[in-house]
Unconditional design. Structure first.
Length: 507
């Protein structure tokens, strides 16, 4: 299995003058010479450099203490998550999966070879604990694709020790700057190598072509496409996190798919729905697959928290154990299925379709107009739909019909929220205020729907417990409490909605 670590480092230009004395850096008690290491790394990418365009690096490296395959994802400037796998002749399957949303059906090729002579120093404190590793790297880069060249340079790299305080890097940088050493203009060795060894005539990288139409939004079409592009990017970038089961990644990816689908529906006068509706159907499929895991997460958290509030004297039978078993069983099945979805041709085809739609958007006549009027029209239309559904739900008697009506109102509330999000650059404060009110309404209606789903799960758990000869008392108690939570939402909804209507009057 691949290992992951958070890498926090900074790079500096070097003119072969070596390192200044770093013992003067606050907190540094000694600078230990760790000798010279020879590193040999081959970097892989597609022919159109899709990974480099996303600041993702994939390499196979020999030499040093961490020889093997290294895959790095950007987190923030100077911060990357590095995923390591043991040295092998071919790319490990788990790493291949993590770059699939970017590579898709493309072939990974060796693009650059970097050979570095690394002179390493360890900065340690008075107790001998490592604070940072500082290296002077003499680098030779060779382009491995046709028409490429070679380059050489020397740089200084300062990497924070695991668990260290990033503020320590500021202290080191201050000392380096006093010695005339400046931060590198390149974010990574690979970025510099690609720039300095590129053929004279080079095809524009993938992301440059994919976002060639990006720029400062002016028309309604510009605004909507900017939002669509952001959600496409979010899906692609979240894919590796979902595969690694990172916290909240499934939910975030599902939200991006819903935002896209809602945008296509809300802005049908700007993007032709005869083109976007089939894409929306595929996004619905993807959101559904993601929901298998997400819905389990929400229910588990809710039921666990509710059980924690029950006095021990009222807990009859192994309720916590049965809930845990149910949750893990659901999770394991959903996880396996979800990875299969992300590896499927259908999912990769959806990503390709989104790229093609952004590159050649199906714009309608209204897309060329100044942004405010057609965008405001779409937002108002969605808000009116929410109003009709909420008012209908309020009028219904408590029961299944009201539950369904509230759920439908919640779905339309999400759509209105996403339409307002896309409209914020064009409409300003009115759209911002609507986003806020729709989010609040969504949360309220969501509390009701979560109660409906929790009661369903509790009935299922109760039936299983009863069949096993266990008491169903606690499940019934939790069910009653969930009913009361739903009643509180239904009681609060009329006044809550009246306040939203008053606030949206100026939209």
């Amino acid at each position: 299995m691949a290992d992951t670590k958070r890498e926090i480092e900074r790079k500096y230009e070097s003119e072969d003058s070596g390192l200044p004395d770093l013992t003067g850096v606050a907190g540094v008690a000694a600078v230990l010479d760790k000798g010279v290491t020879h590193l040999d790394a081959t970097y892989y990418d597609t022919a159109d450099e899709r990974l480099a365009a996303s600041s993702v690096t994939l390499r196979r490296r020999t030499g040093g203490s961490d020889a093997g395959w290294h895959l790095k994802f950007p987190v923030a400037p100077g911060v990357r998550d590095e995923i390591q796998a043991p040295l092998s002749e071919t790319l490990p399957g788990d790493l291949a999966g993590l770059v699939r949303s970017r590579v898709r059906h493309g072939e990974l090729l060796p693009v650059v070879r970097l050979r570095s002579e690394r002179d390493v120093r360890h900065l340690v404190d008075a107790d001998g604990r490592l604070l940072a590793e500082v290296s002077v790297d003499a680098v030779r880069a060779d382009r491995l694709t046709a028409g490429g060249g070679e380059a050489q340079w020397t740089e200084i790299e300062v990497e924070l020790a695991d668990g260290g305080d990033p503020a320590f890097l500021d202290k080191v940088e201050k000392r380096l700057r006093k010695a005339g050493i400046r931060p590198s203009a390149s974010a990574s060795k690979l970025a510099r190598a690609l720039a300095e060894t590129a053929p004279y005539k080079q095809t524009a990288p993938y992301e440059e072509r994919a976002s060639a139409s990006a720029g400062q939004p002016e028309t309604a079409g510009d605004h909507v496409l900017a939002y669509v592009r952001a959600q496409r990017d979010a899906i692609v970038e979240l894919d590796p996190a979902v595969r690694r089961d990172a916290e909240d990644s499934v939910h975030s990816m599902r939200v991006a798919t819903r935002r896209l689908r809602s945008t296509f529906k809300s802005y049908g006068e700007i993007l032709d729905r005869t083109v976007t509706d089939p894409v929306g159907d595929e996004l619905k499929w993807l959101a559904g697959e993601l929901g298998l895991d997400r819905d389990r997460e929400v229910l588990t958290e809710r039921l666990t928290a509710a059980l924690d509030e029950v006095p021990a004297t009222l807990v009859r039978g192994p309720v916590a154990q049965r809930l845990h078993t149910w949750a893990r069983t659901e999770h394991g099945g959903a996880r396996g299925r979800l990875i299969g979805v992300l590896d499927s041709r259908r999912y990769l085809a959806l990503l390709d379709t989104l790229d093609a739609l952004i590159a050649d958007p199906p714009l309608r006549k209204a897309a060329g107009k100044k942004s405010r009027k057609p965008i405001a029209k779409a937002v108002k239309k969605d808000f009116r739909k929410v109003a009709g559904l909420v008012e209908r739900a309020v009028e219904l008697e408590p029961g299944t019909d009201r539950d369904v009506a509230i759920h439908e109102a919640r779905k339309k509330t999400k759509r209105a929220r996403y339409a307002a999000e896309a409209a914020r650059p064009a409409l300003g404060k009115p759209a911002k205020d609507l986003v806020k009110s729709m989010k609040a309404l969504q949360n309220l209606l969501g509390e009701h729907q979560d109660s409906v789903m929790a009661r369903q799960a509790l009935r299922e758990l109760s039936a299983v417990a009863h069949a096993a000869g266990e008491s169903a008392f606690t499940y019934g108690l939790l069910h009653e409490r969930e009913e009361q939570r739903a009643v509180r939402v239904e009681t609060e909804l009329p006044g809550f909605w009246d306040a939203i209507k008053d606030g949206a009057a100026g939209l």
